[in-house]
Design a protein. Structure first.
Ligand SMILES: C[S@@+](CC[C@H](N)C(=O)[O-])C[C@H]1O[C@@H](n2cnc3c(N)ncnc32)[C@H](O)[C@@H]1O
Length: 231
């Protein structure tokens, strides 16, 4: 976390810029959806001006210096669709189950100490039939990139992210069905994963006790998109 206190003043002009294509790709997709959006690890809020105004966006992050930048951006651009920017741990989200129609985490899973726990939390706060969207770097098993990732690994704490991070670590959740996987610029370094949270008899009952919108409709859209899977 200390790494991000140091990154905050230069983040937008450095990693923030390199990561912009993936961020735009994910937000364009979310803009076609409706309802409440939770952005986990919102950082300096680079994505916030891109969300369409029909969405209600909440951002959380653990780093106060990054959050200050995000709040300044919300004020400066009068982003009325951003409901709250909160200091919170992605591994212990302080929201009720089934609170958001879309939950997105961009460039966060390689930064947090327990990515599996974070994914469990993203699933928990997403409505049944809603979507969990991740944009991240995933490491390779072979080739020059795998070699580079291994070489960078000892410096993970200093650079603020874990270069060795296999995608399979995020594939174990029974109620999250992968509906699309896209390799992103630059050079396929990043990947977008789009999951639908299954509507099971248990999650459907839970949803009926919650007023987040469009869950059941979203479930049928998600089903239809399975055929778009890019693997
Ligand atoms: C690489 S930055 C990505 C920021 C933003 N998502 C973007 O697209 O530019 C990673 C962010 O995750 C935040 N972060 C790290 N650990 C966290 C945690 N446990 N809970 C919430 N946010 C965390 C960092 O403070 C940082 O803002």
């Amino acid at each position: 976390m200390r790494a991000y206190a140091r990154w905050a003043p230069i983040y937008d002009a450095t990693f923030g810029m390199i990561a912009d294509y993936g961020r735009r790709h994910a937000v364009d997709l979310i803009n076609k959806r409706h309802g409440r959006v939770l952005e986990v690890g919102v950082g300096t809020g680079m994505s916030l001006p891109r969300y369409k105004r029909h969405l209600k966006v909440t951002g959380i992050d653990l780093c106060p210096q990054m959050l200050d930048k995000a709040r300044t951006r919300v004020d400066k651009h009068k982003l009325d669709h951003v409901e709250e920017i909160l200091e919170m741990d992605a591994g212990a989200l302080e929201f009720e189950d089934n609170s958001f129609d879309t939950v997105v985490a961009m460039y966060v899973m390689t930064v947090v100490p327990e990515p599996e726990k974070v994914l469990e939390e993203l699933e928990r706060v997403c409505v049944p039939g809603g979507e969990v969207i991740l944009v991240n770097h995933f490491s390779q098993d072979h080739g020059p990139r795998a070699w580079m990732e291994k070489a960078l690994s000892p410096f993970a704490a200093a650079i603020g992210w874990r270069p060795e991070f296999p995608l399979k670590r995020l594939m174990g959740r029974k109620n999250l069905r992968l509906i699309r996987r896209v390799a992103l610029r630059p050079l396929g370094l990043f990947t977008m994963l789009r999951f639908a949270k299954e509507v099971t008899p248990t999650t459907e009952t839970a949803y009926r006790h919650n007023d987040a919108s469009s869950a059941i409709a979203a479930a049928s859209v998600a089903k239809a998109q399975t055929s778009d899977l890019h693997l």
